[in-house]
Design a protein. Structure first.
Length: 272
């Protein structure tokens, strides 16, 4: 242990012992972030009709209540469908936009970048209000198309930032060499550039899915009727009553999110 503390932690010869305060601070931060999740999981297995921790009696009661509820199942299908469609819409648009920003030599290209990430800078509630009034005029309120459109607006900036960062580390001369040998630009992009940034693309797909699946503010305004989202129903359930079913749903959402992150790491990593 003493040998590890005295060993260098980086090329600057800073030892692990000198960084011990940083390790402790990081550990405390991680505990504070993860602890709420660790509390919710055992609460979901409680047999009580109220949220309690630690549970006195263990049961799958609230999981059965969730899977046996037509209302919750409808909301789950809506959220999953909206998240998948958002991923399919936002990822290609964001990747192509990031590529255009990276390859373009036009002036004021930074202004275009700022315009693309504007939804990240505007409060979500303002976007929700604007979408609500626009959808009323367009008659797409409470529709899947409207939900996917609004969620894509939030997801595209994430894709642009993640993919743009990956493109900054990519040597465009490789693509230019393919084009100089006769490959069309689209083919050079698909065969040369895209494989090099595939991890960023997979990560962008994950973020797009989660941006839609976890979104609640916009869903409160524009989802409902035959297309209620899971997060909207969870918020309403918390507002109207304390339903332990929410703990079971939260646990499932955590597992789905974790699984997606693992899959992104496995399929997006460099296999060379």
């Amino acid at each position: 242990m003493l040998g590890w503390l005295k060993s260098p932690a980086s090329e600057t010869q800073v030892t692990h012992g000198q960084r011990l305060w940083l390790y402790l601070f990081a550990a405390i931060t991680m505990v504070l972030l993860v602890l709420p999740t660790l509390i919710v999981i055992p609460m979901s297995f409680s047999d009580s009709q109220y949220l309690e921790f630690p549970p006195e009696d263990w049961s799958l009661r609230w999981y059965r209540n969730y899977f046996g509820s037509p209302e919750w199942m409808l909301a789950t299908r809506t959220s999953l469908k909206a998240a998948v469609l958002t991923m399919l819409v936002a990822t290609p648009i964001g990747v192509l936009a990031a590529y255009a920003l990276h390859a373009s030599k036009l002036p004021y290209i930074r202004a275009a970048f700022v315009l693309l990430i504007t939804p990240m800078m505007v409060p979500v509630v303002l976007i929700a209000i604007g979408a609500f009034y626009a959808y009323v005029k367009l008659q797409i309120l409470y529709t899947m198309a409207g939900l996917v459109l609004a969620h894509s607006l939030l997801a595209i900036p994430l894709v642009v930032i993640v993919t743009g960062s990956a493109l900054k580390g990519f040597d465009m001369n490789l693509e230019n060499a393919a084009r100089s040998l006769g490959a069309p630009r689209w083919k050079a992009f698909l065969t040369i550039t895209l494989p090099q940034i595939r991890f960023a693309v997979v990560t962008s797909m994950l973020l797009s899915f989660l941006a839609s699946f976890d979104e609640v503010v916009i869903a409160m305004f524009i989802s409902g009727g035959d297309n209620p989202t899971l997060t909207r129903n969870m918020f309403n359930a918390l507002r109207d009553q304390i339903d332990p079913t929410i703990a079971a749903i939260s646990t499932i959402m955590v597992l789905v999110t974790t699984l997606m992150m693992v899959l992104a790491a496995l399929f997006g990593r460099d296999k060379s």
